[in-house]
Design a protein around this ligand. Structure first.
Ligand SMILES: NC(=O)c1ccc[n+]([C@@H]2O[C@H](COP(=O)([O-])OP(=O)(O)OC[C@H]3O[C@@H](n4cnc5c(N)ncnc54)[C@H](O)[C@@H]3O)[C@@H](O)[C@H]2O)c1
Length: 180
């Protein structure tokens, strides 16, 4: 993906796959907001990336993506700080079959909500410049996972939603959705 000069927002950015995507986007020349509920991990991650890429390239925002107000606020802060949004990665995810409602909230509802907020901000009709939205699913979103029925359902949902919303890309010029 061409990312030089672009601004991204990555959820679940403090560790794991989210952090790896942050590093990749930074190495390609993007600036970005790292959104995560874990303040300690987020601040540590930012501090180490600042040494490598400079402190003005990232903004850490503590946010629980399941909290509507916090999620909207995270997008707002990103716009205020960087002035634009080009790339959105809805990555934050959990795998908890006991607290299964939470798993659906984080993995599916927040991805849908984040996608709609991203579409609103990137829409050229609203002053945006188009962009890319990447929603992170899983192999468990393509095939059944015997001991993870709710995780699997949430990730199947991400694929169904992302494929369906991408069919609207003609409505939003220069907008595309990707699924990983
Ligand atoms: N690791 C794998 O093997 C694998 C495989 C397929 C898909 N995935 C998916 O990739 C994504 C990232 O996985 P990972 O392995 O890097 O996970 P991880 O647990 O290492 O990191 C997830 C990050 O998301 C954050 N997070 C969790 N709930 C949050 C919330 N409510 N609000 C804000 N931040 C929250 C955590 O604090 C953490 O920093 C997930 O969506 C996961 O389902 C992972």
């Amino acid at each position: 993906m061409y990312a030089n000069g672009k601004v991204a927002l990555v959820t679940g950015a403090a560790q794991g796959i989210g952090r790896a995507m942050v590093e990749e986007l930074l190495s390609k020349g993007a600036a970005l907001a790292m959104v995560d509920q874990n303040r300690i991990a987020g601040e540590q991650c930012k501090a180490s990336l600042d040494e490598q890429f400079g402190s003005n390239r990232t903004l850490f925002i503590q946010c629980d993506v399941t909290d509507q107000e916090q999620l909207r606020d995270a997008f707002q802060k990103t716009m205020e700080h960087f002035g634009r949004l080009d790339i959105l990665v809805n990555n934050a995810g959990v795998n908890n079959e006991k607290d299964w409602e939470k798993t659906i909230e984080v993995n599916l509802i927040s991805v849908i909500r984040g996608t709609y907020i991203g579409l609103e901000l990137m829409n050229k009709k609203n002053g945006g410049q188009g962009g890319v939205i990447i929603n992170i699913s899983s192999l468990a979103g393509l095939i059944p996972a015997a001991y993870q029925p709710v995780y699997s359902a949430s990730k199947h949902g991400v694929i169904g939603f992302t494929r369906s919303i991408a069919l609207h890309s003609g409505i939003w010029p220069s907008f595309s959705t990707s699924l990983i």
